[in-house]
Design a binder for this molecule. Structure first.
Ligand SMILES: NC(=O)c1ccc[n+]([C@@H]2O[C@H](COP(=O)([O-])OP(=O)(O)OC[C@H]3O[C@@H](n4cnc5c(N)ncnc54)[C@H](O)[C@@H]3O)[C@@H](O)[C@H]2O)c1
Ligand SMILES: [Zn+2]
Length: 388
């Protein structure tokens, strides 16, 4: 009788293709055509978020013309669906993505184009990752946050049991096309708030990028295109580089540096029933954990206030009333986010804190009374401004 134990290492390499352009579907723009492998005729299905369909009324026709004239691809259907955080809560949404994939005979050599905000990409990404156990997904993120962070990642997911991204899958997209034309139809607030992820990744990974954000904060606040687009591109590449070269693309370890400030952010989103956007919640979470890092003596205090000031000059929140919600014992509900964060990761609680601008450090506990005092300080700052 054979009763052996066999361990195999399975080497797998993925290519993560990311492109930046403007008007990806315009006649003569070869960025997309060059990306697609189309020596034989392949099928494409397009999922388009309804808000983008309304804001860009010629887009459908442009996509059709582009695919016909510049590629070998056959467009089978353009499916219009709702986006926003609500689409991540709906229980039918994954199937709403899978059914058209099946109906159109999309196989593993066909393409699924997904055009929309981070929430829409998360849902359709999950449909594409699960139909046939994974078909080729090309993401076209349309918000600042989705272009500078979520769209260039390798995660998909929906919310369940009141928890963010409880159901999901890691899947490297076939390609990501960041088309800057989409940035300019967002509200000014949403556009700026997506930069909270750029501030986050700068604080964690790249001090020189943080200095640049600080120097260019006025142009960024007024959404000056060259500054905005540079911020988006630099942030996206820092995120993608960490995923590709950081040694743990599918987050099997306990450390998740790109989730700096996110244990509070995710909990605040949930406590507000997702009224508070991810981008705004990240701004608050980043401000809090930056100040906490200073109050623990790891980060010079002046650097903490620099970060808070950049967020405030971008007109982003550094405190939110959901932080004041408490249980019967008087403990802030936001601290339940720590256990949920640990559970989501598995293993030991690991939260990233800062020990310099551009330098993160893993910690394994949070001192609640000290953190409480940071919340109180930021509440004051949000009313009166950064102390001089
Ligand atoms: N997968 C990941 O790795 C990852 C990482 C970070 C965040 N996320 C997720 O991304 C989601 C947030 O994404 P988001 O900030 O893009 O929000 P969103 O997708 O909810 O979009 C925000 C709003 O903007 C609208 N919109 C989209 N594009 C627009 C445009 N060009 N012009 C005008 N309006 C537009 C949407 O319809 C929506 O109402 C959250 O669910 C968050 O958890 C995922
Ligand atoms: Zn985030």
């Amino acid at each position: 009788m054979l009763m052996g134990a066999y361990d195999f290492d399975i080497p797998v390499t993925f290519r993560h293709r990311i492109r930046f352009t403007k008007d990806a579907f315009a006649e003569g723009n070869s960025v997309l055509a060059d990306l697609l492998e189309a020596e034989r005729e392949r099928k494409v299905i397009v999922f388009l978020e309804d808000s983008i369909d309304q804001l860009f009324p010629v887009l459908r026709q442009q996509i059709q013309n582009y695919l016909e004239t510049q590629t070998n691809l056959k467009l089978t259907e353009i499916v219009i669906m709702a986006g926003g955080e609500d689409c991540k809560i709906s229980k039918t949404q994954i199937m709403d993505g899978i059914i058209p994939i099946e109906r159109n005979g999309i196989d593993r050599h066909s393409y699924v184009f997904c055009i929309g905000g981070g929430a829409f990409l998360d849902v359709i990404g999950l449909s594409a990752a699960t139909a046939h156990r994974g078909v080729r997904l090309v993401r076209f993120p349309t918000t600042t946050l989705a272009q500078d962070d979520s769209g260039v990642g390798v995660k998909n997911g929906i919310n369940a049991f009141g928890k963010k991204n409880f159901i999901g899958a890691f899947a490297v997209p076939y390609a990501v096309v960041n088309d800057f034309q989409f940035l300019y139809t967002q509200s000014a607030h949403n556009n700026r708030s997506g930069l909270s992820e750029a501030v986050k990744v700068a604080l964690v990974k790249d001090g020189a990028f943080f200095d640049w954000l600080e120097e260019n904060v006025e142009s960024l606040t007024s959404l000056e295109p060259s500054a905005l687009e540079e911020a988006v591109e630099r942030s996206a590449i820092l995120h993608a580089r960490h995923i590709a070269l950081g040694g743990d693309p599918f987050e099997t370890g306990s450390s998740r540096p790109l989730d700096f400030g996110h244990w509070t952010a995710h909990k605040m989103e949930q406590l507000t029933d997702f009224e508070l956007s991810h981008a705004d919640a990240v701004s608050v979470g980043v401000a809090l954990d930056t100040l906490y890092s200073a109050r623990c003596g790891w980060l010079p205090e002046k650097d903490a206030w620099r970060a808070v000031e950049v967020l405030q000059r971008l007109q982003l929140p550094v405190w939110h009333e959901s932080l004041e919600l408490r249980d019967e014992e008087g403990s802030r509900l936001v601290y339940r986010g720590l256990e949920e964060f640990r559970e989501h990761l598995g293993g030991a609680l690991t939260v990233l804190m800062l020990e310099g601008v551009g330098r993160g450090v893993d910690r394994h506990s949070v001192d609640e009374p000290l953190h409480d005092s940071c919340i109180n300080e930021l509440k004051e700052v949000s009313q009166r401004g950064v102390p001089t």
